[in-house]
Design a protein around this ligand. Structure first.
Ligand code: SF4
Ligand code: SF4
Length: 144
């Protein structure tokens, strides 16, 4: 028997008012043995819910958990897809690295280039606000 590797992704959830009132996160953790860390959460005035969370567990349980959420009408995106960098525009000035608390933007000490690891990105949007050449982009509906 081979042990499954730990698996962890940062995902963005969008859900409707009727889902807001259901204990989806509790069920997710209990039924699929997943742990979650809520990074951001917001309920709009119309009670639609937006949440960014880190979901961890065994990969097969993670997939089952994602299916469970989707079956209940929750729209899910991998956060790594919502923030992008225009590699041609980036001047590697390093300004964004001090503000990226997730460590997704960091300086390679050898090459002195600023690297972007999208899998660590929590879509906080800080880099998109400070980059002097607007190299960092958030998707239009990435409204966190
Ligand atoms: S602030 Fe902009 S130009 Fe400077 S390193 Fe970051 S992404 Fe590149
Ligand atoms: S959006 Fe936030 S977490 Fe993602 S790269 Fe920019 S500063 Fe880092």
């Amino acid at each position: 028997m081979t042990a499954s590797k730990p698996y962890s992704r940062i995902i963005s959830l969008h859900f409707s008012p009727d889902v807001v009132r259901r204990p989806m996160m509790y069920n997710l953790a209990k039924q699929y043995d997943l742990t979650f860390n809520i990074l951001k959460a917001r309920i709009s005035p119309r009670e639609e819910g937006h949440m960014i969370l880190e979901l961890s567990g065994k990969e097969e349980d993670y997939k089952k958990g994602i299916s469970y959420l989707q079956e209940h009408g929750i729209s899910i995106r991998d956060v790594a897809q919502s923030i992008t960098r225009d590699e041609d525009s980036c001047t590697h000035c390093g300004l964004c690295t001090a503000l990226c608390l997730a460590g997704a933007l960091y300086l390679d000490q050898e090459t002195r280039q600023v690297l972007f690891d999208s899998h660590k990105c929590t879509a906080c949007g800080m880099c998109t606000r400070v980059c002097p050449v607007e190299a960092m982009h958030a998707e239009a509906n990435g409204d966190f």
